[in-house]
Design a protein around this ligand. Structure first.
Ligand SMILES: Nc1ncnc2c1ncn2[C@@H]1O[C@H](COP(=O)(O)OP(=O)(O)O)[C@@H](O)[C@H]1O
Ligand SMILES: [Mg+2]
Length: 242
């Protein structure tokens, strides 16, 4: 066991119903690192996050967070333990205002706590201050992603699971959002799992990386190592194995 890992996944076999998507996936997410997970569409990246959060069906393996086995726990308990999950699709309520979205993300907290947390996240994302009364649906793609991250932070998580938060963003905006994530890690000491389709950009910013192809880990190592791997393109597409 790696004592520095905040999240450990060992020999995970999981999927949906009887259908197996992940085959023997093992990974470590070390504290205060940005762990990047890349891989082609359908590789099982979302399923991995869903497995950690108790959403997918886990057939076998171990999922340990902060030294505790969380496999089989209900999702709300896992999130209460300090894991914030930003799912791939629709993570803000477009018909609600920015302020309403942020308040909704802090349900179960009392009013004074909500106001305190609101103050904290607005310090981190000052741009949202001027948008508080705007409907989230009127924000730009980048602003909406910032709001989604801010919502994830309202409950002061230790671990942030981000699923393709740059989808549909122009590259320059995507880069800004990813840099913001790294900044948050630096400022708050967060631990981050970053599932990304902007593979190159994420690997430039991340610490450690896993390449997932067809439900199996094909590479693990320092993020720049994967980026500079001579067979990166072939590995990514699953054409070549190492
Ligand atoms: N809710 C679901 N029920 C059944 N199969 C699913 C479900 N979600 C995803 N899958 C299947 O699991 C596989 C992996 O999907 P996913 O984890 O979403 O991949 P990725 O996020 O890497 O694109 C795909 O074959 C997909 O069709
Ligand atoms: Mg996905």
């Amino acid at each position: 066991m790696n004592s520095m890992a905040l999240l450990e996944v060992r020999n995970l076999i999981s999927g949906y119903g009887k259908f197996r998507v992940l085959h023997n996936v093992t990974l470590d997410v070390r504290e205060r690192e940005v762990t990047v997970i890349v891989g082609p569409n359908g590789a099982g990246k979302t399923t991995l996050l869903n497995s950690i959060m108790g959403i997918a069906t886990v057939f076998d393996g171990v999922i340990r967070y902060d030294g505790r086995n969380i496999r089989g726990l209900p999702t709300h308990m896992i999130s209460r333990m300090g894991i914030a999950y930003l799912p791939q699709m629709g993570n803000v309520f477009t018909d609600l205002t920015v302020a309403e979205n942020l308040r909704l993300a802090s349900y179960l907290l009392d009013k004074s706590e909500v106001n305190e947390r609101l103050g904290e996240v607005l310090e981190l994302f000052p741009v949202l201050k001027s948008f508080l009364n705007r409907k989230a649906g009127t924000l730009s793609g980048g602003e909406r992603r910032m709001l989604a991250i801010a919502m994830g932070l309202m409950r002061r998580p230790r671990l942030l699971l981000l699923d393709e938060i740059t989808t549909d963003l122009a590259p320059i905006i995507a880069k800004r959002v990813l840099k913001q994530v790294v900044d948050l890690r630096d400022k708050l000491g967060l631990t981050v799992v970053l599932v990304e389709q902007m593979a190159r950009m994420a690997l430039e910013l991340g610490d450690y990386a896993y390449l997932l192809v067809s439900g199996s880990i094909r590479f693990s190592g320092k993020a720049p190592e994967l980026l500079s791997h001579p067979d990166f393109a072939e590995l990514y597409l699953g054409v070549k194995k190492i």
